[in-house]
Ligand binder design. Structure first.
Ligand code: HEM
Length: 153
């Protein structure tokens, strides 16, 4: 019936696997609400968000769509996270580590299961790594790891 049966079943399988460990749409909403309630009052990162986000309800809705895309392959998010983060001059490795610590703290307090916590934390770390690599490439033209490789070549 569908022109891309394999893509459709892969998407359904991903969503089913996430839901099997308690990661349903309701939990994704709760996670996003809790995480941003925490980070917007954080001493280091709160000011970065508050100076750029004019409408929190819209941002939260966007982040729910993002996480539904990541965890359920819902296709509900379209944006350009790389471009948005490269444009924030205050952020680097220290800020990303702190972001992840706050995110993992939120997961530890709210996740419906250990498997859920691991699934979501893993995805967050991968995306954070890729955003940070993009920021380094944008600022320095090269990844620090590749520069090391060049020095030792
Ligand atoms: C130090 C860490 C971070 C800071 C300070 C930060 C801050 C921000 C800010 C201020 C925006 C709004 C940008 C705008 O609309 O102009 C934004 C958007 C966004 N952030 Fe982050 N962020 C961080 C890390 C992350 C990480 C690790 C993820 C994913 C795991 C993430 C996912 C997103 C997404 C999906 C958007 C929406 C992008 C779009 O509209 O295209 N952020 N972030």
């Amino acid at each position: 019936m569908t022109p891309h049966p394999h893509a459709a079943s892969a998407r359904d399988a991903k969503k089913a696997a996430a839901e099997a460990v308690g990661v349903d749409e309701e939990y994704i909403g709760l996670l996003v609400e809790n995480f941003y309630a925490r980070i917007r009052y954080d001493a280091m990162l709160g000011p970065v968000f508050n100076s750029r986000i004019k409408a929190w309800p819209e941002h939260l809705e966007r982040m729910k769509q993002f996480w539904r895309s990541v965890l359920h392959n819902s296709g509900s998010f379209s944006g350009n996270p790389m471009l948005k983060h490269v444009a924030i001059p205050q952020i680097g490795a220290v800020e990303f580590d702190h972001w992840l610590a706050l995110f993992e703290q939120t997961l530890a307090e709210t996740a419906p299961s250990d498997a859920a916590r691991q699934l979501i934390a893993g995805r967050a770390r991968m995306i954070a790594d890729s955003l940070l690599s993009g920021i380094h490439i944008h600022r320095d033209g090269l990844l620090p790891s590749r520069m090391k490789g060049v020095q030792h070549a």
